[in-house]
Design a protein around this ligand. Structure first.
Ligand SMILES: Cc1cc2nc3c(=O)[nH]c(=O)nc-3n(C[C@H](O)[C@H](O)[C@H](O)COP(=O)(O)OP(=O)(O)OC[C@H]3O[C@@H](n4cnc5c(N)ncnc54)[C@H](O)[C@@H]3O)c2cc1C
Length: 460
């Protein structure tokens, strides 16, 4: 069978698949997205994205890319209910128990529920005349010519019939459960090595109607662990005037889903702000759990051989602890890398593509996984660099409680505007040193020793 002309098949209609489809439509005559789920109206949850019930925020860099791909996106989604806010002036970042100094940054990010954000992107991508979706169809494997070159995908339709969809290019965006490593082995290629850090993360999320003024004018509060308490909490405004609270803990210290246990876990976070904000709030649902066993990174860029006609993108390549909320921005940056490659006429250059996206992934992977390795209970080797950075960061967080320039530098790195090395520039390192000589790490006001004690005793 000959290959169809100018046809690309994208496997998976979540963020990475949709954004890939958007850029592929600039070069290919037809883009077919194959998705296992029936695609619901914007704002509704779906089974294929179980993480869509938990807090999702979009960093400024991710928002900029969406704006570039869909001009007018920010204004339109904000008008539809998403919350646009300055990521430091209106968000309380509590890192290592220290509140980063809040100040205007000119960097707007978005808070909205994941089904809302994904639905907004989906509406725009599917409105493109070259893009169509096959819903309720599950990808069963790849089609290959001579066992070497990928020529399409084998798909089970809603009635359970197996068909082959031919394509010039197949892009796997099926998330962390991607079967490309297995399919490569079946085709006689080497599967990629996988880096894996067992974080054993458990999440629970509940929706609230807060008391007026409960957030004190802020749109989000993010409390990310201390060495004494590795728990995490994110309370964020979302569309419809509601707030989502996601709680998390690692290595078995998981937030319960019964309402009393959930509230007790919130009260035992490293800082008291979230517990105070939800006091007297009306819960709108019951807590929902999620488990994230390990951060995983498939090292496609290290393979010597890779079949023509196939690319892999998004969480299917790298899925890391979502505590810093970087995954959608990373997917958007990978889509930009793909766009650049296509513009250079090099779509069929998988090795170039994997090298380009490895450069995109390096920083967020180092940030997420390096921070995970700060916790002694997370297994894995600590390089000298990881040990140094993990000794430096609590001092930086402490100094950034008073130093707005350091707070901004930190947020730009987390938000993928700057590379982490910028936090180590001599001028900044000096400010950190001076800041930490002036005081012992400064805790967020209101953190009672009893709260820390409670957190420690309940951690397994
Ligand atoms: C709890 C949690 C919270 C997060 N919070 C944030 C945040 O605040 N900010 C942020 O930027 N990122 C966040 N992320 C990360 C972000 O959700 C992902 O990085 C992002 O969605 C990119 O995922 P993806 O599209 O690659 O894969 P996924 O979202 O996993 O989507 C995979 C898609 O493929 C489909 N699929 C799977 N198998 C098949 C098959 N065989 N056939 C057909 N279709 C198939 C699925 O149905 C699904 O639609 C969070 C992640 C988690 C787990």
């Amino acid at each position: 069978m000959g290959r169809s002309n100018d046809h690309v098949v994208v496997l998976g209609a979540s963020m990475a698949g949709l954004l890939a489809a958007r850029v592929l439509a600039e070069r290919y005559e037809r883009v077919t997205i194959v998705e296992r789920d029936a695609l619901p109206p914007t704002g509704q949850h779906r089974k294929g994205v179980p993480h869509d019930r938990h807090v999702h925020g979009l960093h400024p860099r991710g928002r900029e890319v969406l704006e570039e791909l869909f001009p007018g996106f920010t204004a339109e989604v904000t008008a539809a209910g998403a919350v646009l806010c300055d990521v430091l002036a209106e968000v309380r970042w509590q890192l290592s128990g220290c509140l980063l100094k809040q100040r205007p940054t000119g960097l707007p990010g978005l808070f909205a529920s994941r089904p809302f954000l994904e639905g907004q992107v989906r509406e725009r991508v599917l409105a493109h005349p070259r893009v169509s979706a096959l819903e309720g169809c599950s990808v069963a494997g790849l089609a290959a010519a001579g066992g070497r070159e990928v020529t399409g995908a084998r798909v089970l339709d809603a009635e359970g019939r197996l068909t082959t969809i031919e394509a010039d290019l197949v892009v796997d965006a099926t998330g962390r459960g991607s079967r490309t490593p297995r399919w490569l082995s079946e085709l006689g290629y080497q599967a990629p090595a996988q880096d894996r850090v067992e974080i054993g993360l458990g999440y629970s999320t509940r929706t609230y109607q807060l008391r007026p003024g409960a957030m004190g004018g802020d749109q989000g509060i993010l409390t990310i662990g201390t060495l004494a308490c590795s728990r995490f909490g994110a309370l964020a405004a979302t569309e419809g005037g509601r707030h989502l609270l996601t709680l998390g803990g690692i290595r078995g210290d998981h937030p319960p889903v019964d309402p009393d246990g959930f509230a007790a876990f919130a009260a035992a976070l490293p800082t008291g702000d979230i517990a105070a904000a939800i006091e007297g709030a009306e819960p709108l649902d019951d807590p929902v759990p999620f488990r994230f066993p390990a951060s995983t990174r498939n090292r496609y860029e290290r393979l010597r051989e890779f079949p023509a006609g196939l690319l892999v993108i998004g969480d299917a390549v790298c899925s890391f602890n979502p505590v810093y909320g970087q995954g959608m921005t990373v997917a958007a940056l990978q889509a930009l890398a793909l766009r650049k490659l296509l513009a250079a006429g090099r779509a069929a250059a998988p090795r170039r593509f994997f090298a380009d996206i490895a450069a995109v992934i390096d920083s967020p992977w180092d940030i997420a996984v390096g921070s995970d390795l700060a916790y002694p209970q997370v297994p894995g080797p600590r390089s000298a660099k990881v040990r140094f950075v993990n000794a430096y960061l609590p001092r930086l967080h402490s100094a950034a409680a008073d130093d707005g320039a350091l707070a901004l530098a930190m947020i730009r790195v987390i938000g993928l505007k700057d590379r982490p090395e910028r936090l180590l520039l001599p001028g900044r390192a000096l400010r950190v040193l001076r800041g930490s000589l002036r005081r012992t790490p400064k805790q967020v006001p209101g953190v009672a020793a009893s709260v820390r004690g409670k957190a420690g005793s309940s951690a397994r």
